[in-house]
Write a protein that binds this ligand. Structure first.
Ligand SMILES: Cc1cc2nc3c(=O)[nH]c(=O)nc-3n(C[C@H](O)[C@H](O)[C@H](O)COP(=O)(O)O)c2cc1C
Length: 400
């Protein structure tokens, strides 16, 4: 490596503040949320703690717990974790252990909207009445269009969850506004069919998600970073677009969001857009929760689940457009798997880099890159980790 690259890499591995807060990360690297499946009836278990401690020890600056549902009804399926008095106990222990390992920790706060097969949910809510392809085999055919009272309740659930997480010594929260969950369903014209001032133009479609983020920031205070995961686009024709993303990014900047994590895809329509690579259909069929689901997936899976080829830094071109439009801290995510890839992202002006699969493959990946022990991840994007998360908990089938 030449001096210029050495300097850049050294900078990436040195301390830096996140947004305008006083939170200092030991480096520029975040572990992107990946559903861990390390819960016993929705309560985080020791595996989850060990998983995130290993990531902190392995060189991650800020690790992220995935899918912290803000209410029991915000879960995509029953027995998923949600933020309550019971789950806060092991989460507090997790935060302490991650801190002892030299890392910082955040959690993704989420509401599923209509993407639900949670039979325990009192009602399935979404911006509009929508057919629920994910849950219809569980007898949950349609969502109810949210009333303003529902929006107020969901906002309060996010606020309460963020305050609870702050109270157990987490370092930040991430509001999930992407990937086709509730807030993303508001942003997307494919799922937001409203004719009131919460539907139509991007100004209207983003009104509820932005009001919610603003309320969370006001509640936790500007010294506690609130990150937002936002789609560059949905990866589906007629969905949330890059132009929409530029608008929302500017607004997030103006309301005091600490950083935006750029991603893409809509779980119920283009699930592999956000990660690319192979579709582990065989394992997904075995894991399906009912025979009806297994048969549907066997018959229609190959036709309905679109494959996207993996290329390194696959979102870079689109993310650059956002980089040029705002000065807020931006977290680049998607296909970073080598020293070369990291340098390219830093050179393009991104403040932080999030990684998922290279760290599932090897939690020591970043230490090894820093010390020059490796220059590239051996993750081959087989995506079998997706199957594993629904078995005994997320793991890489290549490395264990
Ligand atoms: C097994 C698996 C589970 C994931 N779960 C989540 C999740 O819960 N929340 C989320 O925002 N993204 C999730 N993702 C997407 C990743 O965070 C990330 O956007 C994607 O893998 C691309 O990054 P990478 O190329 O570094 O792996 C998941 C990805 C994988 C492979």
């Amino acid at each position: 490596m030449d001096n210029h690259n050495d300097l850049f890499l050294n900078q990436a591995f040195s301390k830096k503040p996140l947004g305008a807060s006083s939170l200092i990360l030991k480096n520029s690297f975040l572990k992107s949320a990946t559903y861990e499946g390390m819960f016993d009836k929705g309560i985080p278990n020791q595996k989850l703690i060990d998983h995130h401690v290993a990531l902190a020890k392995g060189g991650v600056g800020l690790t992220t717990i995935s899918y912290g549902a803000v209410h029991a009804d915000a879960r995509t399926f029953e027995n998923q974790m949600y933020i309550n008095e019971v789950s806060l106990v092991p989460l507090k222990k997790l935060a302490e252990k991650v801190h002892n390992a030299g890392g910082k920790v955040s959690i993704q706060l989420t509401h599923c909207g209509f993407f639900s097969k949670n039979k325990k949910a009192k009602k399935i809510i979404a911006p509009s009445r929508l057919f629920n392809a994910y849950g219809f085999l569980s007898g949950m055919m349609f969502s109810e269009a949210m009333k303003e009272a529902d929006m107020e309740q969901v906002t309060q659930d996010f606020v309460d969850s963020a305050l609870s997480i702050k109270s157990i010594d987490f370092d930040a929260v991430e509001i999930h506004m992407g990937h086709g969950y509730l807030l993303s369903q508001f942003l997307s014209p494919l799922t937001n069919k409203r004719t009131d001032h919460y539907g139509g133009s991007i100004m209207n479609r983003s009104r509820f998600p932005l009001e919610l983020v603003k309320r969370v920031i006001e509640a936790v205070g500007t010294d506690f970073p609130v990150l937002v995961k936002l789609n560059l686009d949905d990866g589906v024709r007629g969905g949330f677009s890059l132009e929409d993303c530029l608008y929302v990014s500017k607004r997030l900047e103006s309301i005091g969001c600490a950083a935006i994590i750029l991603s893409g895809g809509f779980t119920s329509k283009s699930p592999f857009y956000m990660m690319r690579g192979d579709i582990p259909l065989k394992g997904m069929i075995i894991n399906a929760s009912s025979w009806a689901e297994k048969i549907t997936m066997s018959l229609f899976g190959p036709a309905i689940i679109k494959k996207y080829d993996f290329t390194p830094n696959f979102f870079l071109e689109k993310a650059l457009k956002v980089r040029q439009a705002v000065s807020i801290d931006l977290v680049y995510l998607g296909g970073v798997d080598s020293t070369k890839g990291i340098l390219k992202i830093l050179d393009a002006g991104f403040n932080f880099i999030a990684l998922a699969r290279p760290l599932i493959h090897d939690p020591e990946f970043l230490n090894k890159i820093k010390e020059g022990r490796i220059v590239k991840s051996l993750c081959n994007r087989c995506n079998e980790c997706i199957v594993e998360m629904d078995r005994e908990g997320i793991r890489c089938v290549l490395s264990s």
